[in-house]
Write a new protein. Structure first.
Length: 818
């Protein structure tokens, strides 16, 4: 147990804004509350924490009236800092219940003479140890007298020592020593002995990076699953109540109309029972999905515990000298963390990764331990003469991936005969160009692995529509997959290839619920966004089954989020057909600009759009947004039949643009009265007429991450949405909260999208890959907006848009480079 007292504050609203919300990363909008496990109010008439902030602030500003009513003489100056906050942190090995935490919080309030004061207790899950924050109003709610704020740290330290002793285990021996020194009146000569922050670091083992990351992630995952359990039970109860009300009202309507025949009532009853069966089956599927999630979570927990137990055993077996060097450092876990999203790293990357988690006196030892680890592999030097390293298991995986690709590429399969190709070409309503025809013959050849590199908007769908017909005429089953659901749908609609997400395909293959055969042709779209681990899993399944795989993508577009540039590595080694004729843009100069973007000549493309008056500079971030939304509004009103998309790089910018777009539509009475809804992104206001984005694939609703629709009605937790494909859905947001406004989207969500007009809001976080995607979504016109307060000048814009952040693989260096 470690108490930590923070500084006094002025604003209850500001304090709760901090404790109730998450604030992490450049993309965070600071409105989510994922880290809050539970809250409890004390001596307050409300259980709502946001209302509590107003009540506490009102008490703090009413001291004179309270004192007068209580007969207390008003003396002294006005209290400027009424907010008192402190925290209680348990050791990572302790698992206190909510009741334990509340009991400890109430005991410390009584210790400080604050048991009658207004207070709020908030439990957080964002660290590896259980902890609560207590926010107290120093002003007494009945007398108006402010509590003295003396040196409570020592009293809390002694209380914490007694608390641990009463529970049978002392976690913080440093505190016992410090308190003994204080008793001997020598603390004044040893400042460190009087600083609880050192006790906190020692008590919670703050330098154990692996435990910190794993325990924090476990708590967040458990909290999310518990929340989903509660939401599921509540939603199911509401559904049954609504179902029964519907039946009762139908019976009353029949009787009111004078229809009382047994046949009519029996028919109504049969319909009711049929609907009950459907609802029962739907809820059973949802409960089974939740049970599956819990089983998966349990397996992950057991795996983590086994890994940590094995780590401790390995340390013990390697003896004392190794333990002294490594201490709480787990080199394998650190290397795994570094290679989660990048195949290789430098020593500088390692130092930057570790300095956030280790104090200076441990940092040097941690670096040395990682560099000496058997799990580290030196793979060569980069063009800047920096040594590059990777994880041993990832290096082996990427080597196996390339070996599988080579074996499949060299496999001798039966090519599609020329006669069947000719028949498929005759059946196509569109005549293929010379390069499309060459690509068609490449992918229908005898190789078990083929690749197509196509510029953005180069007509890949047309090509694969013909290829599908040719393969099917020869008796093959053609299947499709893509990383995103929207891309999979695009492949299905554009080429007629039945498609699914790559994750769902791999899950089914891994579990034996689906299988590939030597009569399967698998088309993998947007392959440039797929990391090495996913690609290796797919190629392993395909090679084992003898299936043919066709990879389609563009290495210059958005890079994989996970580690590796698998598509580029395969294309460099085994070649690809190339589609360079851009067809999406209607203007020739715009097609030339797209070709420039595809070949890393971003500055040239930017110059072309600037000469046409489509690059707009503004002094401030707000001015640029206002101008963008103004042009979007004018264009959509002038041409309502055209499609439009607003793009930004960060989620914060996307939300700001969405808010501005909604404000314009609200002022024009294009959307109705709004209602606030709790979504996975935070609180959002939706209104009839609003455009809405779906942000997660859902099998029961049959929606994809990236699906768009228009809100038709809102009733409590239910939204009726008309999808762009014409379907109407009733959505319970307590079960499916993954919604956001649909006027603006991130650049990452837009890859594979085609619209008539696009509006790109530039950000300093962009690079040439994001610029390539953001500047090639349109057919007719693109407008780029940037602000001088974020990007210093036009040269800076070109520099940001031209930044190379291409992913690598561990095979790109040294002797294994292809």
């Amino acid at each position: 147990m470690t108490p930590v007292v923070t500084k006094l504050g002025r604003s209850f609203k500001g304090a709760f804004a901090y404790y109730l919300n998450d604030k992490r990363g450049p993309d965070s909008d600071g409105t989510t509350d994922a880290r809050v496990a539970w809250t409890e109010t004390i001596n307050l008439t409300t259980a709502n924490v946001k209302n509590a902030a107003r009540v506490m602030a009102g008490t703090a500003t009413s001291t004179a009236a309270l004192k007068k009513a209580a007969g207390v003489k008003a003396t002294g100056r006005k209290l400027e800092r009424p907010v008192y906050a402190y925290s209680l942190s348990w050791h990572p090995d302790e698992r206190p219940t909510k009741e334990d935490q509340l009991e400890a919080a109430r005991a410390t309030l009584a210790l400080q003479g604050l048991e009658e004061h207004q207070a709020v207790i908030l439990a957080h899950t964002d660290t590896h140890h259980a902890h609560v924050h207590i926010v107290v109003n120093r002003v007494h709610p009945t007398t108006g007298v402010a509590a003295k704020h003396g040196n409570t740290k020592l009293a809390l330290s002694r209380w914490a020592q007694a608390y641990e002793k009463s529970r049978g285990r002392i976690f913080c021996k440093a505190r016992v020593e410090n308190n003994a020194r204080r008793d001997e009146r020598i603390a004044a000569n040893d400042p460190r002995a009087a600083r609880p922050v050192f006790e906190f670091d020692r008590a919670t083992s703050n330098d154990n990076l692996t435990t910190v990351m794993a325990a924090s992630a476990e708590k967040q995952q458990d909290a999310h699953l518990y929340a989903m359990d509660r939401a599921l039970r509540a939603s199911h109860a509401r559904q049954w109540r609504a179902h029964e009300r519907f039946y009762d009202e139908a019976v009353r309507s029949l009787r009111a109309a004078g229809i009382r025949t047994l046949a009519a009532l029996a028919g109504l009853r049969a319909d009711f029972l049929s609907r009950c069966a459907q609802l029962r089956a739907s809820q059973a599927r949802q409960r089974e999905d939740q049970r599956t999630a819990w089983r998966r979570r349990s397996n992950e927990r057991q795996t983590n515990r086994a890994r940590f137990d094995g780590r401790d055993a390995r340390r013990a077996a390697k003896g004392g000298s190794r333990r002294r060097i490594i201490g709480a450092v787990d080199p394998a876990a650190i290397i795994a963390s570094l290679t989660e999203q990048a195949s290789t790293f430098t020593r500088g990357d390692l130092v930057r990764h570790l300095w956030k988690h280790y104090p200076p006196d441990v940092l040097r030892q941690a670096i040395a331990a990682v560099m000496a680890s058997d799990e580290l592999v030196h793979v060569g030097t980069d063009p800047n003469e920096r040594a590059r390293y990777t994880a041993r298991d990832l290096h082996a995986l990427e080597r196996q991936m390339v070996a599988d690709a080579r074996a499949m590429h060299e496999a001798d399969r039966q090519a599609v005969p020329p006669a069947l190709l000719a028949m498929a070409l005759r059946g196509s309503p569109i005549t293929l160009s010379a390069e499309q025809d060459a690509a068609l013959r490449h992918v229908t050849g005898s190789e078990g692995l083929a690749a197509v590199v196509g510029f953005a908007g180069a007509g890949k769908s047309t090509l694969f529509s013909v290829a599908r017909a040719a393969f099917e005429a020869q008796g093959y089953r053609v299947r499709g997959a893509a990383l995103s659901g929207v891309a999979a749908d695009s492949l299905a609609h554009g080429a007629g290839i039945e498609s699914q997400t790559l994750h769902s395909l791999l899950y089914a293959l891994d579990k034996g619920r689906d299988r590939l055969t030597d009569r399967d042709v698998l088309v993998l779209d947007e392959a440039g966004m797929i990391g090495s681990r996913l690609m290796a899993r797919l190629l392993k399944h395909a090679r084992t089954a003898g299936a043919k795989v066709i990879l389609v993508g563009d290495p210059e577009q958005l890079q994989a989020i996970e580690a590796g540039a698998a598509f580029r590595a395969i294309v460099e080694r085994y070649g690809a057909a190339r589609l360079k004729e851009v067809r999406r843009q209607r203007e020739a100069w715009q097609r030339a600009a797209t070709a420039a973007l595809a070949t890393a000549q971003t500055a040239d493309a930017l110059d072309r759009y600037e000469r046409e008056g489509m690059v707009h500079a503004h002094a401030t971030h707000a001015d640029a947004m206002k101008a963008l939304i103004g042009r979007w509004n004018e264009a959509r009103r002038a041409a309502p039949h055209q499609s439009h998309i607003i793009l930004a790089y960060t989620r914060a910018d996307v939300r700001a643009l969405n808010d501005r777009a909604r404000a314009i539509r609200r002022a024009a009475h294009e959307i109705g009265i709004g209602q606030k809804v709790e979504t996975a992104q935070g609180v959002r206001e939706f209104a009839p007429g609003d455009r809405i984005y779906f942000l997660k694939n859902d099998r029961d609703l049959n929606v994809r991450n990236g699906s768009l629709g228009t809100v038709e009605r809102i009733a409590g937790d239910y939204l009726t949405v008309r999808l762009d494909d014409g379907r109407s859905l009733a959505i319970d947001v307590t079960l499916y909260p993954h919604l956001d406004h649909g006027y603006a989207a991130t650049v990452h969500k837009s890859q594979g999208v085609t619209v008539d007009r696009a509006y790109l809001f530039a950000s300093r976080y962009m690079d040439r890959h994001a610029a390539y995607v953001g500047m090639t979504r349109h057919r007719d016109r693109l407008d780029v907006y940037w602000s001088a307060d974020e990007i210093p000048d036009r040269a800076g814009l070109a520099r940001i848009f031209g930044r190379d952040r291409a992913k690598d693989t561990s095979l790109d260096f040294g002797t294994e480079k292809g």
